[in-house]
Design a protein around this ligand. Structure first.
Ligand code: HEM
Ligand code: HEM
Ligand SMILES: [Fe+2]
Length: 444
């Protein structure tokens, strides 16, 4: 590691780990509720659990992205971050907004708009926080010696992610209008600009871990950015079926969203090709395992399981069922969860000077979490298909169908326990690294 200020990434990674384990806890609360054990209902009603589960997910991933950016940008721009006090301020305001939002959900202070549940006053704090983050990042890049394609794609992704938060803050009295613009945030994040962030981080990791020339890796990056925009923007239409929007969205959404897996396939092939081409083998094998893992699992979870229900003729039956949860889990895990864990695995030895990635726990963390998540995805899939059939084809009552599905939640909880064991191993390993030290700092 060349720049001392890269060490600030540690705090964002640590926050990310704490929020991750809390997110999982709420997942279990919901899984038990689906099984018929809703003993915590008075304290944590289902709506509070689901909002907390999903918002903590977004915040731990974003905190991971922020840490990644604070680590990568100085390295790529070849200078220290412009201000550590500003980063500290940004860190604490992020943590405080997170805590207030979670408490709010439990006392009924929330907006019932999936993924955008935090109330508008908190949204303004988020905006200030993100502006601060972007200021530090972009000024560092601006004042730096170099502006690499990798750094530009990453920064562009982060910048547009911030911009696309705004459509979710406009107030509409009309349900269709509100839904229409909610997707500008939710869809254009995960199937648009976050893919740029993913491409940027992936390129950085592959440059570092495979030793392949930057020129070769960055050429692939253009292809991925191109494919993402080509398919993802109009692909938003796959959320505009039957919600009161004009009919042409059925065709536009179907065609363009069916092309979306190409961007993820591109990333998977890209990562594998660079791995095979690379001659220099970096000692941090676990970081490479996570990097290849994220590229491959995101194609399965986002690309394949996404396209499985993206055509209007399928989605009219599967919309809002556990089929969505099946895809949502593997897509988020594969594309963004594993990416953040991969970045942390690469950065921690450099931040702390220790090499915990050689410990057996580091490898078990990878395999247990992935086997567990594939099991969870399968359980959701089985529940989802049964739900669609019984509720929407046969016409059974919603609540009767929910009872029929309880058995699937036994399997879900078993698989989720494996997953959680893997994550606990990962987090123990993370905290065993200890705090940042200058041991791995290269002399200037
Ligand atoms: C990493 C990328 C992706 C992530 C993290 C992701 C995640 C999600 C999540 C969380 C939802 C539920 C949203 C909500 O109800 O508010 C969703 C819905 C959906 N996703 Fe994805 N997704 C990704 C990529 C894709 C791709 C590439 C496709 C298609 C090719 C796709 C197709 C769909 C469809 C059709 C729905 C709507 C489900 C419904 O009607 O209930 N997704 N996705
Ligand atoms: C390991 C323990 C976990 C359990 C037991 C769990 C369980 C659940 C349950 C029961 C739901 C609600 C489904 C519903 O009734 O609508 C849910 C929603 C969701 N969870 Fe998890 N989850 C876990 C971990 C995760 C992880 C690690 C991620 C992401 C990487 C994740 C992402 C999501 C998403 C995106 C949704 C919304 C799905 C949708 O749109 O239908 N969960 N989870
Ligand atoms: Fe989408």
């Amino acid at each position: 590691m060349k720049y001392k200020s890269q060490q600030v990434a540690y705090w964002f990674f640590a926050l990310s780990m704490v929020l991750f384990i809390l997110q999982i806890t709420y997942g279990f609360v919901m899984a038990f509720a689906h099984l018929g054990y809703d003993g915590l209902h008075e304290l944590i009603p289902f709506n509070a659990a689901t909002a907390t589960h999903k918002n903590l997910l977004v915040v731990w991933i974003l905190s991971g992205f922020m840490g990644a950016a604070y680590f990568i940008i100085p390295d790529e721009a070849e200078r220290e971050l412009i201000s550590i006090p500003l980063v500290k301020l940004q860190f604490w305001s992020l943590a405080i907004v997170g805590v207030v939002a979670v408490i709010g959900f439990h006392i009924g202070w929330w907006e019932g708009r999936k993924f955008l549940e935090i109330p508008r006053p908190l949204d303004y704090l988020v905006v200030v926080n993100v502006l601060l983050f972007l200021y530090v990042l972009l000024m560092t890049l601006y004042k730096g010696k170099k502006r690499t394609t990798t750094a530009l794609v990453l920064s562009m992704g982060l910048f547009f992610a911030a911009l696309l938060y705004l459509p979710g803050m406009v107030w509409f009295d009309n349900q269709t209008m509100d839904s229409f613009f909610r997707w500008w945030v939710v869809h254009l994040w995960v199937e648009g600009v976050w893919e740029l962030i993913m491409g940027g981080i992936l390129a950085y990791l592959l440059i570092k871990l495979t030793g392949v020339d930057r020129e070769v890796i960055e050429k692939w990056l253009y292809v991925i950015v191109g494919l993402t925009f080509l398919s993802g923007v109009l692909g938003t239409g796959h959320h505009y079926y039957y919600i009161g929007t004009p009919k042409y969205w059925l065709m536009i959404g179907g065609i363009f969203s069916a092309l979306e897996p190409l961007a993820f396939l591109g990333m998977a092939l890209f990562a594998v090709a660079m791995y095979r081409k690379g001659e220099k083998r970096h000692p941090n094998k676990m970081a490479l395992t996570w990097t290849l893992g994220t590229a491959i699992i995101s194609f399965v979870g986002a690309g394949l399981l996404g396209v499985a229900h993206t055509l209007p003729s399928v989605n009219m039956w599967t919309h809002g069922t556990f089929v969505t949860a099946m895809h949502g889990h593997l897509a988020f895990w594969g594309a963004y969860g594993m990416l953040v864990l991969g970045m942390i695995t690469y950065a921690m030895p450099l931040i702390t000077g220790r090499k915990m990635y050689t410990k057996p726990g580091a490898s078990y963390a990878f395999w247990l979490s992935n086997i567990g998540m594939i099991g969870m995805t399968t359980a959701f899939a089985a529940a989802g298909v049964a739900q669609v059939y019984l509720e929407r084809k046969v016409g059974m009552d919603f609540i009767d169908v929910q009872q029929e599905m309880e058995v699937h939640f036994l399997i879900l909880i078993a698989a989720a326990s494996l997953f959680t064991l893997g994550i606990i191993l990962y987090i123990i390993n993370f905290f065993k690294y200890g705090k940042p030290t200058d041991e791995a700092l290269e002399p200037a």
